[in-house]
Design a protein around this ligand. Structure first.
Ligand SMILES: Cc1ncc(COP(=O)(O)O)c(C=O)c1O
Length: 412
């Protein structure tokens, strides 16, 4: 699906995608202008085929029998995800959501009173709430590294906090839900490895959009959902667990009969692999759909996606910025395909409804999703538009024109 015949930019080859073919694989493109890939990407036909095929098999032969019959294909979920993030299948645990994967990872850390969790001002809302919950229950301390004036965490200041506090956990979100910021997770990781600190990365919004290499990032845990830029089904995600963490014996608090063997009446042994972070029950059609989505993304080419997707977003920002009444909010040295902006004279729900009415999918971000970021930017809400590689330049321009039109109306 890649045509890499032309070159662009210093030192970087331009990888062209066959957008028409990719759109033909994506029935949703014929229905809607989908700029909500940061919510959930449109499914490609091979993904729905894999899922429906398995549901039909379950209906015909029985659920347990169907998963046994498709064991080799189920295994491909692990090999595909492992190849996507540069690890081995034994380091991957399937999860029903990124939040579940994240909570499971946190539950494996024996926090004690006054342990420090060092994080950033752009860590995902549910992660921040989980830290507050740990503070309520165990008395941990939460330290937020400061941002640079340009936007995004100040890595040197964060490293200094690592040396002062020796945190029990360092956490960072690669791309937050509420802005296009790309956090320097590999730079943070280098300091964690140097100081031998446990490091948890939320890669929910970057998976399927950027090349993710857990070795380069140097993380111990990495969480993601498959449904966003990877274009997998809802209800799918995973937890990456490093060999370091597995060898050290970390295990989730509520480990079950899949993650452990009940070896004697009074004891159990966790399994050696990341499967110890899974549960016995799996939504097999969803697992197979996630494998198909990962295979599809790898076939399209993550490097090509990484070029095209943020470039479409940059085009959108360029067109939105001059519109009177519109304030583009994304800041930082590198930006992802999440475009966020405020608009004067509109209530959030009404503005989104007006976009819906024009056949444009978008999402709202509210202050409660981003207390630090929206506090710093002094906004209560924004609209988020998140194109993907299968969107077109014409769609970007059409969406920008729609925003300009609505900004001109300035209705409340
Ligand atoms: C950055 C980030 N982390 C985590 C999540 C949570 O993912 P899930 O809904 O699969 O738990 C999201 C979802 O929007 C997200 O944007």
């Amino acid at each position: 699906m890649i045509d890499n015949s032309s070159a662009s930019g210093p030192g970087r080859e331009a990888l062209r995608l066959d957008v028409a073919a990719l759109r033909a694989d994506t029935p949703g493109c014929r229905q809607v202008i989908h700029f909500n890939n940061a919510g959930c990407g449109l499914l490609a036909a091979p993904v729905t085929d894999a899922m429906i095929g398995h549901l039909n098999l379950e209906a015909r032969m029985g659920g347990y029998e169907a998963s046994a019959a498709r064991a080799a294909e189920v295994r491909e979920f692990y090999t595909e995800i492992a190849a996507l993030i540069n690890t081995t299948p034994d380091n991957i645990a399937f999860a029903g959501s990124a939040t579940h994967a994240y909570a499971n990872a946190l539950s494996s850390i024996p926090f004690e009173t006054d342990d420090v969790i060092l994080t950033t001002r752009d860590d995902f809302v549910s992660n921040q709430i989980a830290f507050l919950s740990l503070r309520k229950r165990f008395g941990v301390r939460i330290v937020h590294a400061p941002n640079t004036p340009e936007g995004g965490v100040d890595v040197e200041a964060m490293a200094a906090l690592m040396r002062t506090h020796r945190p029990r956990l360092v956490s960072a979100t690669h791309v937050p839900t509420n802005s296009g910021l790309v956090s320097p997770v590999a730079e943070i990781g280098r300091h964690c490895r140097e100081l031998d600190l446990l490091y948890l990365v939320d890669a929910c919004q970057s998976l399927g959009q950027f090349v993710i290499d857990v070795e380069e990032i140097g993380c111990d845990f990495l969480t993601a959902t498959c449904r966003k830029f990877l274009r997998g089904p809802r209800g799918s995600g995973f937890l990456y667990v490093s060999d370091r963490v597995l060898r050290a014996g970390y295990e989730p608090l509520f480990i079950d009969m899949h993650g452990a063997r009940w070896t004697e009446p009074g004891g159990y042994e966790p399994v050696a692999t990341a499967a110890r972070f899974e549960e016995w029950e799996f939504p097999y059609a969803t697992v197979l759909g996630s494998a198909a989505a990962t295979r599809y993304a790898r076939k399209v080419g993550i490097e090509a996606i990484e070029q095209r997707t943020p470039a479409l977003a940059a085009r959108l920002r360029d067109r939105l910025a001059p519109i009177p009444g519109v304030r583009v909010l994304d800041r930082g040295p590198r930006l992802a395909a999440l475009v966020t902006f405020g608009i004067a004279g509109w209530q959030p729900q009404l503005f989104k409804a007006a976009m819906d009415a024009r056949g444009i999918n978008s999402a709202l971000s509210l202050r409660e999703f981003a207390q630090f970021d929206f506090g710093d930017k002094d906004v209560d809400w924004c609209l988020r538009l998140s194109p993907h590689y299968y969107n077109t330049e014409e769609e970007v321009d059409h969406v920008a024109d729609a925003v300009a039109d609505l900004a001109g109306q300035g209705r409340r």
